[in-house]
Design a protein around this ligand. Structure first.
Ligand SMILES: [Zn+2]
Length: 226
């Protein structure tokens, strides 16, 4: 197992080195070119990090953590990542997420998944930003996330709904466990891009629990309203 992980990491690092030559890593927040993927020192000092006091929000019994507040440069970078095709930012975001998970949920999960989007939305956008985040976070642990959920309805985007009750109603019943997902007894880290009301995360978490997951912990890149 250890040897497999070492080999996996070595292959990943060679692939990353090759990609760095073709596409030099940039700070996802200010777009400055960097020698290695990550966040530049200026942005790291200025970003709206969630401080220890606000380490968690508990929404309807679900622990939700995020490294960043959804504001300022963090908000702009996430919008570019989500809607502007800036998928290269996933590597730096993934490292930020894995550091946050290690701090807030140490040894508390044994599977990682993401909030799915509908097939129609995926076709339009070309990618699921939350899946990219989960994959990037997992690379630092030399593992892969699992597609444990599917979205069964192409509901209107949560970002277009201002009212909290409309957001909760919009996601009710739109997820189900993926076919062949092994959930029984698993402790799942659920990754999404932004936590606003927590409706998407709570609905996904409930679906995972209904499918047999023992515990679910939510992690998003940014949290609104902190
Ligand atoms: Zn920067």
């Amino acid at each position: 197992m250890l040897r497999d992980k070492t080999a996996f990491r070595a292959v990943s690092e060679i692939a990353d080195g090759f990609l760095d030559l073709l596409f030099p890593p940039k700070c996802p927040f200010c777009r400055k070119i960097l020698t290695r993927p990550g966040i530049c020192d200026d942005c790291a000092a200025d970003l709206p990090w969630v401080d220890d006091r606000d380490a968690f929000r508990v929404i309807r019994g679900l622990y939700c953590a995020a490294p960043l507040q959804y504001a300022g440069a963090a908000r702009r970078a996430i919008l570019r990542f989500k809607f502007g095709g800036h998928t290269a930012a996933a590597r730096a975001f993934g490292a930020t997420l894995s550091a946050c998970a290690a701090e807030r949920y140490p040894g508390m999960f044994d599977a990682v998944t993401w909030a799915p989007i509908s097939r129609e939305r995926r076709r339009q956008r070309g990618y699921n930003q939350s899946e990219l985040l989960a994959r990037a976070a997992c690379r630092t642990w030399a593992t892969r996330p699992e597609a444990l959920l599917v979205k069964t309805r192409d509901n209107p985007p949560q970002s277009g709904l201002r009212d909290a009750s409309a957001r909760w109603a919009n996601v009710a019943g739109v997820y189900r466990p993926a076919p062949n997902a092994h959930l029984r007894g698993k402790r799942v880290l659920l990754i999404d891009d932004i936590c606003t009301t927590g409706a998407t995360l709570c609905e996904c978490a409930q679906c995972l629990r209904d499918g047999g997951a023992a515990e679910v912990y939510a992690l998003s890149l940014a949290m609104a309203g902190q």
